[in-house]
Each structure stands twice: as structure tokens, then as C-alpha cells.
Design a protein around this ligand. Sequence first.
Ligand SMILES: O=C(O)CCC(=O)C(=O)O
Ligand SMILES: [Fe+2]
Length: 338
Amino acid sequence: MAPTKYADRTIPKISLHDFSNRIDEITQQLVHAAETDGFFGLINHGISLEEIETMFSTSESFFSLPDSTKSTVPFTHLNAGWEKNAQIRPSTGQPDQKESYQMQFGANMSGLWLPESTLPGFKSASLEFMNKAQSVSEKLMICFARGLGFDDEYFIRAHDVSRPESQTVLRLLHYFEVDKSVPVPEGYYRAGAHVDWDFITLLFQRSGQSGLEICPGREVSTGFGIGDVWTKVEPAPGEIVCNIGDLLMSWSDDRFKSTFHRVKTPTDAEKDYFGPRYSMAFFNQPCTDAVIQGPGKKYEAVTGKQFTQAAMNRNFAALKAKKEALEGVKMEASVVAS
Ligand SMILES: O=C(O)CCC(=O)C(=O)O
Ligand SMILES: [Fe+2]
């Protein structure tokens, strides 16, 4: 396989400082970033470094539980719960080298929280952090609504996390330590190249735990083709890396770009980070009954439930095609979404 080509590209850094007074300027910056790169870094967003680090410690306490405990809250088709080495990306046909636990606010989490006695305080700390991530997201939603000519509350209503129809997710991720002395098999990634299918993703990373790579500015994101020039994104303390997902791309009639990204498996003993990597991704998903259609009506109106289902089906179909191409055989597979 040809080696990846890299380019140093700067991702716009957008400050939410003094939001209500600077809303016009912030809207302009967000819209520009969404129309061009599809990625941007958020600073002065209102979640402190300490709050982020505390949530990372909470995440570590979850992942350090035995697998036999974590498997009591397994991943479900409602896009919540724990999985390990089970997410196969259509771009690679291999399972990501990781475990993850997805939490939601509403009814989809039924039976998927651990008992309080197993991890005291875990649920309340997680929900508190999720609510903070939601407040940041709502600021972005106001700006994107303005950019597209909708009323300020339009996207906030469609992503109301206080309703049982909410599908928004906080995903805790743990990529395993990699042994420097063992060669990494061809095609293995900590997370294979993909686009997210949500509205917008807020990604929290830990300093020093590098590996995220992005391929900004795709014209379309309906296929699983991998862009050829990638850019490494080093974690900056306290910064939230945001990317537009397929939902906002569709809701903007393709004006805003959903972009490919991945997490590289370390291979270069000099430059890469081989230790365990923790990250957290907050996926803004529409309520199941939200109606999705852009201002120019480029696509048929669909509900949040239909959009999610179609994204999962598309993932599954692409995965199946990839597997058949790789193995030349038909296979049965399950796919973990987002
Ligand atoms: O862990 C990361 O840095 C990226 C995770 C991601 O892209 C995802 O889970 O969709
Ligand atoms: Fe992603």
C-alpha cells in the first residue's frame, strides 16, 4: 500500500469568549470553518481543563473494571453501551484497536448504567459532563441556525436532551497500549478512517496522547473513499476539536462539510505515541422525531430515526462490500455505529 501523504494544515481556532456580545463574529468564523475545512478547534468554551481531566479520570475508572463487569452493559442497536474490539470500519474491514462505552441521556440507556455500588458517582459525574458538553453544543447550534437562516432555537429543539427521544451520545474511548516490538499488521488502525453521522462532534483529547489525523474539506461524504492527504492534529490542553457530521452536511444541503478522520496505530518508534490513549467524543444526534431538511430542500425530509437508520445501513452495506472484496466470501457481520 502506498504510504500516506501528509500536509501541515492549520485548523481554525475559534474562541467562544464573551459569546452573547460576539455572536455575529463567532457565527461568521464557524460558518467559514464549516464551509471549508469541516474541522475547527474550540477555545474559551466554558469547560475548564480541570473538568475535562476529572472526566478522563472517571473514564479510566470505568475502563479499569474487569471485562466481565463491563460486559453486563453491552453495546446495543440503540447506539449505547460497551464494546471491545468490535467496531469494524468499512474503510479498513478490521476492528478498531480499542474499547468504548457510549452513554445517552434518555430512554436508550435503560439497563446500560452500571449499578451505583460498582462505580460510585460514575453516572452523576458523566451526566454532569454531558450537560456541559450539551451547553457548548447549543452555542454552536444557534450560530449554525443563523448561518442557514433558521430561527435561533431550531437545532436546539431538534437535539433536546431532556426528551426521551434524545439520541445524543457521549462516547468514552480507550485505545490499548501498543507493543513497539511487534509489527502492526497492514490496515490496522486505532480507529479506521470514517466520517461521523451526527450533527457535530466535540472531541476531547489528552495532552501527549496523539494519533488523530484528519482529511479536511471533502466535497461529499456519502462514500467511504479515503482522501489522500492527511493532517495530524496534536492534542492541545483544554481545546475541543470539532468536526461537522453527515447530519449537518445534509441539513445544510451539503454547504457544510462532513470530513474524514482516523486514529493512527503507532508505528514510528521515534515520533508516534505507543501508550494507552483516552479520548471522549460527544455526538450531537437528533431526537428520533426531529424532521431533517435543509433550507434549499436538496434532500427529502426524513426523521431523526430514519436518518440514523440509513446511516447504520450504509455503514453495514459498505462494510459487507469491503469484507467481500478482502476475503472473496460472503459474511455475516454486525456493525457498531457512529
Ligand atoms: O478518539 C479519537 O480521537 C477519535 C474518535 C472518533 O473519531 C469517533 O469515535 O468517531
Ligand atoms: Fe469520528
